[in-house]
Structure formats: C-alpha cells, structure tokens
Design a protein. Sequence first.
Length: 489
Amino acid sequence: MSKPRWIICSMVSLLVIGHLYWGAEIGYSQQVEKDSLFRKANLTLEAARQENADFLSPGNFSKGMKYYSGAEADFQKGKKTPRIQTKLDQAIEFFQMAAASAKLARATLAASLKARADAELAGAPTHDAATFNKAETKIVAAIRKLESGSFKTAEKRSAEAEQIYRKAELRAIKINYLNETWELLAKSKKLKVKSYAPKTLAQSHQLITEAEKELNENRYDTDVARSLAHQAKYEARHALYIAQRLKRMRAEKGSLEDLMIESEEPLKKIAGMFDIEAEFDTGYDKVTDQIAAAIADNQKKLTKLTQELAYREEESDGLKARVAELEEQLGGMARQKSELAQRIEKQAKIRKQFLMVESMFSPEEAQILRQSNDVIVRMVGLNFAPGQSLIQARYFGLLTKVQRAIKTFPDCMIIIEGHTDAFGSDELNMRLSKERAEAVMQYLIANMNLGVSRIQAVGHGENRPIASNKTPGGRAKNRRIDVVIQPHL
C-alpha cells in the first residue's frame, strides 16, 4: 500500500514542478516578445517624458498614452500582433508630436517657465499657494492654446502667468526672510516693548524696512537682504530681552546698581578662564583689554604650536623614510626592524591612542594633555567637599571613563597626582592632596583588577599650580586630580 502511494505523490510533485517550470518559461517568453514589440514605442515615450511633454503638450501626450495602454491591454488578452502594432504606431505618432510640441512650448513660453521654476525654488507652492496656483492655471491655458496653434493667445496667457509667478516668488522670498521678524515685531508691539527698549526696536524696524526694499529692487541677489533680515531679527529679539529684563527688575524692585553688578558677571567668568583678576573700579575697558590681550597671546601661541607640529610631523615622515631606506639597504642582513623604527611605530600608536582617549571626555569632565610620551587626564569635573577626600557617587561615571582611558594603554604605569590651591597651610594641603590621590587610586584598583605595582599616588599640595591663586576660577583649576598614564615603550 505504501509503495503505490509514494509513486503517486512523486508523480504529482513532478507534475507541479513541471507546471511551474513551464509557466515560468511561458512568462519569460511573453516578456521577451513584449519587449521586442513595444521597444520603439517605449523609446519614443521616454523621449517625450524627457521633454516634459506630459506638462508641455498634455493633449498629444494623453492621446499617445491612450493608444499605448490599449496596446498593452490587447497584448495581455492575446490579441493578434498586427492589431497591437497599429495601436503602437498611433501611440508613437502622438508621442513624437508631443515631444515636438514640448520643444516649441519651451522656446515660446521660456520666460513664464523660468518664472515658474524660480517661484518653485523660492517655495511659492507652500508659502503662497493661491497665487502660484492662479499662475498654474494661466500657463496651462497658454500650453493648450499653443498646442492648438493659437500662438498669439498662448503668448498673452504666458505673459500673464509670468507676472503672477513673479508675484508669488517675491512673496515667498519675503516670507522666508522677513516673516519671523515681522512676527517678533508684532509681539513686541503687543508687549509694549517700545516703552523699555525704543532704540533697539527702532533699529529692528529700520533694518527690516531696508531688507524689504532690497528684495523689491533686487530679488535675485538676496545676500544683502538676507543679512539685513538676520540683523533685524536679532535686534527684535534683543529688544524683547531688554524689555523682559527691565520688567523683571522693576517687579523685584531692583536698582541700577544691581543691573550694573549683574552685567559684570559674564566678564568675570571669561576673565577667570584666563587667570585675570577682574576689577571694575574704572569700568569695563580695563578688563576687556586684558581679555583681548590674553586671547591675542593665546592665538599667537596656537599659531606657533601649529607650525611646530607641522615641522615635527614633517621631521617624523623624514625619519620614517630614512629608516625604510636603511632597512632596504641592509636587505637580508636585518630581518627585524631597527630599534629606531620600532620606537617610531610605537610613538605613532601612542598618538592614535591619545586621540581615542581625548574623544572619551567632554571639556567639562577632563582635559587630555600630552607630556612627552605621557598622557595626562586632568579631571576638572571631579570635586571634593572642603577638607575631605571622599569620592561622591555622582563622579563614578567619570572615573569609569578614566578606567577606559587606562585600558587603552596596555601594561602602562599610572601615577595619581593630587593638587590643591594656595589657601590653607602647606602641611594641610600636602596631606589633603595625598589623601585625595590615594582615594582615586584605591577606587581604580578596586574596580579594574589593577596590580598595585603599576599604580601609585602622590600629593603635591600647592606646589604645582597651573593657574593664578588670586581668582576663584584659578584656585578651582589648581584644586585637581591628574591621572598620569605612562605608556609602555
């Protein structure tokens, strides 16, 4: 019983597979036949589309598509080839007429079509849809008149469309550049900003008026208008801020003295970054000049360092080339790379690792420095309570990043350096810096399975300042933990 059933199942399977195979063969054969039959019509259709004939000659193009679709339907129904070919010939004729009409339309309606493209680019279909659609109606009418042979009427409709497109384009440009500022000025009027910041508000109004005038007179060179609009928007926001600040000060019964002291704080903060003691007993000029001088000095140093780096890189490339040359000259006598070549390779590797470590920390968490081959992770984001060495839980994430940095340099040695500012006794500062360094060291040992022979903690107290102890910002910089990573060379 089982054997006949097996034979029947096998025969059924073979029939199914054969049917599928034969169906695939028939489908493939039909596709080949269709590609051959429709080839010329497809090429003509594509050529018409390339001329944008569906828009510029819609009558001829739609008639061509009607005959083309009829030919496709006849082919699917298995109609005779001559009948299909007749419809394809008619489709080809209309596609060719559509392409020719489209070329004529592109030449005759060039000005309005250019205006249409400019309006679309400016965003008129979105920003001024009603005007843009009105122009679309006009240009479609011009195209149909041209297609029917009414050249004068077509040119008239085209000129009307051009004017409307240009109107929509200008409105779109104004909305793009000016709308936000007008909204801000309307808000300013509602909030009576003029009572608090009349000069700033007047400046915004003047700038927005100049921007609009520039757009009206020279819409295709928008750089000036864009710049004026940007300034106008800034002054409008500026006026709103001034008004809000003065309103709040009055509500809090603040004085002009309070406002003056508050305005000194940003300069104090910037001065602190350069270890400048900000003093305002003679006004802002002294501190401003000091900051400007510090920035200029830093720029000079940066330029010098950049040049030095370029020189060193060039020198390093020369050394590598020389090493390669010497090794080539030695040939088979030197199967291993020279000590110099190995050292150059390791230094290049350290440089790459340094960049990896640098990318691990944000500026608020740590500064990454290079000192010879040593990498220093200066943990500016790690702080201790006054007089204490306990690491608070909120700094565990930062210390986890420090662990990753250390793991970047296998077999490296680590020195944890503790530093304080100059406030307090020398003895107390030395002890506190050592205790804080040891706290960090013990944390790393406990969380890294780090051999104690590879890590040590030292305290330097106030002996190695990196900033002035005269300012709060400078003292904050001096109170630090430096993790010194010494790569294995």
